[in-house]
Structure formats: C-alpha cells, structure tokens
Design a binder for this molecule. Structure first.
Ligand SMILES: C[S@@+](CC[C@H](N)C(=O)[O-])C[C@H]1O[C@@H](n2cnc3c(N)ncnc32)[C@H](O)[C@@H]1O
Length: 273
C-alpha cells in the first residue's frame, strides 16, 4: 500500500537528476505523469511505501536501478516503421555503400540498430537485406537497447498476430514460421543479428558500422545528451557511412560533423570523410 503523499516535489527532482545522469532520459513537468505512473507500479511490485525509500534502494543497488531504467523506457515500435526509410536504404544507401566497399574489396555491410526495442526494427532490416543484398555480400547487424525486457522479447523472435500487421504478406510467408498464437522469425533472418545491452549515454565498444539506425530514441534526451550520443555514433562508424534518425527528429543546430542528405524518399545523414 502506497503512502498518500508517496511522491513529493523533492522526489521528482531527485529522480529526474538520477535518471538523467544514468540514462540521458530527460523528465520534465510535461512527462512527469509517465514517471509517476511507472514508479507507482514498481513501488507496488516491490512493496515499498514511498518514492524516497525506493530512491535509497536504487542509489545503492545497481541491479534494481537497471530494472527501474527499463521500466521508465518507452518501447513503442513496429515492423517496417516509416517505409520511406527502407526505400532509401534499398535505392540509395545500399547502392552507394556497395560502390564504396567493392572498391575496397569489402563485401560485409555492418549495421547497428541502436535503441532496437523489441526487435521489429533489426528484423525488418535483416529481411530487407536478405532480399536486396545479393551474394557475395553479407550483412552483420548489432541491435542494442537499455531495456533488458525488450531485448529478451527481441531474442525470442516471437510476435503475436496483432504485431505483425506491418509485414508484407510475401515477407511473412518467406521469413516467419506460423506458431501457436503468432509468428516466429526464421533463424536465417535472426542469426545475423547480435542483440546486446548498451546504454547510449556511454561510448560504444563497437566500431566500423556502415549504417546506424537510431530512430525515435533521441526524442527522450535533451540537446546536450543528443549531441553526446550522436558523437558516439560518429566514432563507431566507418569513414563512408550513413545515419538514420526518426522522421520527427533532427540534428539541425547541433553542430555535429554529419552531413545532411536529402533523397527522394527521405532525409538522413552521412559521415563522408
Ligand atoms: C520508441 S523505442 C524506438 C524503437 C525503434 N528504434 C523504432 O524506431 O521503432 C525507443 C527505445 O530506445 C531505448 N532507449 C531509451 N534510452 C536509451 C538509452 N539511454 N540507451 C539505450 N537505449 C535507450 C528504449 O528502451 C526504447 O526501446
């Protein structure tokens, strides 16, 4: 049972400072109700009566802090989200990269789905590459998130019927197995994806990506963290590579080294040095 006054203004300041420091996620007065709601659920699950008592727990217990960071993330995603991004991938990004890489005798395209949520984004990319990247080309995909729950769902590769509505019927037939209650992504599509925990606030251990997808993640950060995250991407990317962000996100005014690219399908960014 929660105390009536379980969450005070002081608690809000303490939580928002901690969450910002640990994940970059920026809670303001506008999205405070989301924090309160998720905190309420977690307090009830742990049988802790006040936010202050829970704050003391997460500042001392790294595992519980991870659980709470997971609980405050927003994980909405779907297969083939923003189709123009994938049209540009097929018709502009892949041809450009293949030209560049072939000259270097490099036939592997390395992709990072950063903030992959429950896996729909990396599986969409993997299916498209299975279609559009002929041998001897091969794809390697890293998919990462801060949410361990999401990563477990992604690794499981099972999606209920209601969640695969964005998948074109021919892809569904070719790349999924129908199982009880839904569909499972086939091993050929799954095996090229390495799912891993990574907090985007930290520098990444990975290098040499040709394409980074970080869509609908930057919106949760303020401009300072957005710039940090984008600079980390720069360090993880090849000298000729492309960055996708969400269609409602922008690097405008952020003073990064990425160049803006406008294609007939969508806009994106490139590192071309
Ligand atoms: C709205 S989902 C976007 C999923 C997918 N990229 C898409 O566009 O459909 C945002 C994801 O970003 C993740 N996220 C938020 N902050 C993060 C951080 N600091 N490090 C890594 N992932 C983070 C969340 O856990 C969530 O799964």
């Amino acid at each position: 049972m929660l105390d009536a006054n379980f969450f005070t203004d002081v608690d809000f300041e303490n939580f928002r400072t901690l969450l910002y420091k640990e994940s970059g996620i920026n809670f303001t007065e506008t999205n405070k109700p989301i924090l309160v709601q998720r905190l309420r659920v977690r307090l009830q699950e742990c049988n802790v009566p006040t936010a202050k008592a829970y704050y003391d727990i997460i500042t001392q217990n790294k595992e519980e802090l991870k659980v709470f960071l997971d609980a405050i993330t927003t994980n909405l995603t779907w297969f083939f989200r923003n189709q123009p991004h994938f049209d540009a991938l097929e018709k502009f990004v892949l041809p450009e990269l293949m030209k560049e890489k072939k000259a270097r005798n490099d036939f592997t395209v390395r992709i990072w789905s950063a903030g992959c949520s429950t896996g729909e984004e990396p599986y969409t990319i993997s299916m498209l590459l299975a279609e559009k990247l002929p041998p001897p080309w091969r794809a390697e995909i890293v998919a990462s998130d801060l949410s361990l729950k999401c990563l477990m769902t992604a690794k499981d590769a099972f999606y209920e019927k209601s969640r695969i509505s964005g998948v074109p019927p021919e892809y569904l037939k070719k790349y999924f197995d129908e199982v009880e209650g839904g569909f499972k992504v086939k091993e050929t599509i799954k095996s090229r994806i390495k799912f891993d925990y990574h907090n985007l606030k930290n520098a990444s251990p990975w290098r040499n990506f040709d394409i980074v997808f970080c869509r609908n993640v930057l919106i949760y950060f303020d401009e300072i963290i957005q710039r940090e995250v984008v600079n980390h991407f720069w360090d993880s990317m090849n000298s000729k590579s492309f960055l996708y962000i969400g269609h409602s996100e922008s690097l405008f005014g952020m003073n990064t080294k990425f160049e803006f690219v406008k294609t007939q399908w969508t806009t994106l960014y490139k590192k071309w040095v």
